[in-house]
Design a protein around this ligand. Sequence first.
Ligand code: ATP
Ligand code: MG
Length: 507
Amino acid sequence: DNANLFSALRAAFPADLDACAIECADGEHLRYSWRDLERGTAMMANLLDSLDLPPASRIAVQTEKSVEALMLYLAVLRAGHVYLPLNTAYQAAELEYFIGNAEPAVVVCAGRHFGWVSKLAFLAGTQRVFTLNEDRTGTLLDRASQMSDVHTPVARQAGDLAAILYTSGTTGRSKGAMLSHGNLLSNARVLQQAWGWRTGDVLIHALPIFHVHGLFVASHGALLNGSKMIWFSRFEPRAVIQRLPEATVFMGVPTLYVRLLAEASLTREACAHMRLFISGSAPLLIETFRDWQQRTGHTILERYGMSETIMLTSNPWEGGERVGGTVGPALPGVGLRIVDDAGRPCAPGEIGHIQVRGPNVFAGYWRMPEKTAEEFSADGWFKTGDVGQQDAAGYVRIVGRSKDLIITGGYNVYPAEVEGFLNELPGVLESAVVGVPHPDFGEGVIAIVVPRPGRPPEPQALIDALKARIANFKVPKAVFVQSELPRNAMGKVQKNLLRAQHQALFS
Ligand code: ATP
Ligand code: MG
């Protein structure tokens, strides 16, 4: 029995292979049938086979988002190799690290980067470098087009490696999470159930495909359900709103929801055909959650996951309330516990470290056995690095990352709590609370605030207002107003940059 993830996805293709599988919403508005996916991935898999690579070779890919790039992912699975997607924002120094670390047998990059990428790759022992451009030119498709369009998926076991996904690097250097066919398929099946995927669903796919959210959660969701995707190579809020009447499911990071809300065309009518809006990858502001409800009549379903585990928790699709500010209970099959610093279980409502286990949890970090060992508890639970609490009904609330937790004068300060209070003050759009070195307190709490349009708030007035609401040790000792927060490609606030910027404030 073949546990290759590709075989499971292929088995879900609809009987009518000429039906539309992917419709591009931009560029030349191309349409791809299920047969196109079947044939295109077969040709690419045959090309990989023709290279005589050792089984489970890494295939590193840094290209713009395109349907061909998605097909390449599927072809790598089909050929039994290991897919390694790279953020398109990464430049030479970053690529050198990833390619040197992963030692891929094959690298696929944009034609305009061929010169420097191929140099890096060959130094790292890569055998072949292909190019793939947004306009479907490049050596990958040239070569694949000469291959047979028939291919039998290579047999894989559930525990065999399918992908190495580098984490977003929000808290430090990215680590390569090793995910197996079984990790990916079990999670995709759980989500298909949990989110009520059904016949007739159409997904708007507007996320990048080098990350767990767009590549796995979104693409697997549609493919495993034989559902059509409306494909945006770039997120374009107005164009997305125009296509909502033809779709039923949308997935986005919180910043996408904020940008959609900024459009007057986002109305109840525009969303009338939609079944489900899902958010994740970063915390959704309660304000965005409420504004969305008011404007569209839909309640955003927030879920939580990470590169190492794919999805962990989700607010309910049906049969329960979607509670704003929470990421919902653990998904079926996922074990989740909250423990204190000593590893003892916390009582409901108590804040502690989130640990998880289940068929979705990765095998370890690529070539980092020590780091891997550190991140698992003695009894085999993965330490997520996130801090949160769980209520009696099982709903999880994330209060931040353990690395962002501030200890000031011996007291713990949870940034998300202070940010919540700050964001409710007049003139504050959003905020980030971090700790920086302080001679007396160890760390001093500071806040970076983004103002709403209009007159910016006075830092001292914000500090005074907080003093009336929360304990003094939680109140920022300094507040900086700036026009935006530094974010990475997934919309995550880069607190390490903020800490570095204000490093010397109290010294
Ligand atoms: P690195 O591990 O390299 O520092 P990263 O943790 O940001 O980067 P990812 O695996 O892409 O890399 O992101 C997972 C993290 O994203 C989670 O650990 C969690 O902190 C955050 N996250 C995901 N979904 C949510 C959510 N709904 N609410 C709050 N945080 C979330
Ligand atoms: Mg992480």
